[in-house]
Design a protein around this ligand. Sequence first.
Ligand SMILES: Cc1cc2nc3c(=O)[nH]c(=O)nc-3n(C[C@H](O)[C@H](O)[C@H](O)COP(=O)(O)OP(=O)(O)OC[C@H]3O[C@@H](n4cnc5c(N)ncnc54)[C@H](O)[C@@H]3O)c2cc1C
Length: 386
Amino acid sequence: MNFELSEEYQDLVDTVREFADEVVAPVSAKHDEEHSFPYAVVDQMADMGLFGLPFPEEFGGMGGDYFALCLALEQLARVDQSVAITLEAGVSLGAMPVYRFGTEEQKREWLPLLASGKALGGFGLTESEAGSDASGTKTTAKLVDGEWVINGTKEFITNSGTDITRLVTVTAVTDTITREDGSVKKEISTILVPSDTPGFKAEKAYNKVGWNASDTHPLTLTDVRVPEANLLGTRGRGYANFLQILDEGRIAIAALATGAAQGCVEESIKYAKERQAFGTNIGSFQSIQFKIARMQARAHTARLAYYDAASRMLAGKPFKTQASIAKLVAGEAAMDNARDATQIFGGYGFINEFTVSRHYRDSKILEVGEGTTEVQLMLIARELGL
Ligand SMILES: Cc1cc2nc3c(=O)[nH]c(=O)nc-3n(C[C@H](O)[C@H](O)[C@H](O)COP(=O)(O)OP(=O)(O)OC[C@H]3O[C@@H](n4cnc5c(N)ncnc54)[C@H](O)[C@@H]3O)c2cc1C
């Protein structure tokens, strides 16, 4: 058993860490305050190949793996969760469904573009009455003269309305089957919808508590027509396929949350050494030291949990429960560390421009997105036979 990173992974960590500190961090507070999408930062991430990390070179990727993506996410999220979630959603939700379930033709059409990072994809699962219970999907897709005609609305779709958004993969009910007992079963499928298709509309962006520089919109789909060949994967397997994407995505979110938790530790150590009170720096008070020590323990535990889940995934072993555990502990570590870090910063922790206060607002969604804390607990309990 060895959790030490190979030289290749370590080089990636060092490169992304330097980029995060020197390019991302200096503009983070500005984009957060203005709620503006960081196009220039994303463009540089694209040039670095970050959006292609887990994809083979034949599809325009970097030939790396999902763990490499996680390592990059951790480093970015230390300083800016909005930038990290833009990468996470672009790769693991936007491009990965095409890579996992697409035909050769679909992969050739979309992957080089999405892996280049010069275009973004989104993942349209959630609806107003279909969140944790995604089977509540009401959006419909009817096959008419060789085209899917899609109608419905989606909520909270990341990367769905930027200037470089090109694709949103949506779940839709493609048929209903009435069982013998009279109950109705929905056939849910996934369909690729280029964002310039007439009838596709990204509505006004949400005014969020955090992740202010990431792009999140409700979507309206009105008589959106796409070719029958835009069906992604097997008809009727859409729900199952999306659940698989979410299992992987939870490891990526855990990595992002680990970065947030670690960022809070780093900021707190710096501040504790500088800030003077009662004639000494506050870091000399044992209560502050203990707080930071506990924060470090949380970040470390979260990291081990996502390393474990990722290593199982890469080894082709079952990883669903480990991904849920990683998402659970890392999300809570980020939120707990953000609360402790803002306490260490005193009044300044309540001022928006500080990284720790941004982490305080940003981290809440880590206990909700890609499966709430309660959903992770349900999945873990189910695995325990409960
Ligand atoms: C910023 C942001 C970005 C997002 N990006 C995307 C995206 O790109 N694509 C996408 O499809 N979605 C996205 N989402 C949606 C997100 O995944 C959902 O908000 C999340 O899954 C929860 O669904 P919900 O909001 O409908 O809450 P609900 O499912 O209504 O849950 C409400 C509460 O009830 C609890 N609950 C529900 N069922 C149970 C149960 N059986 N037992 C115990 N408790 C339960 C939940 O844990 C929660 O506390 C995003 C959301 C946000 C805020």
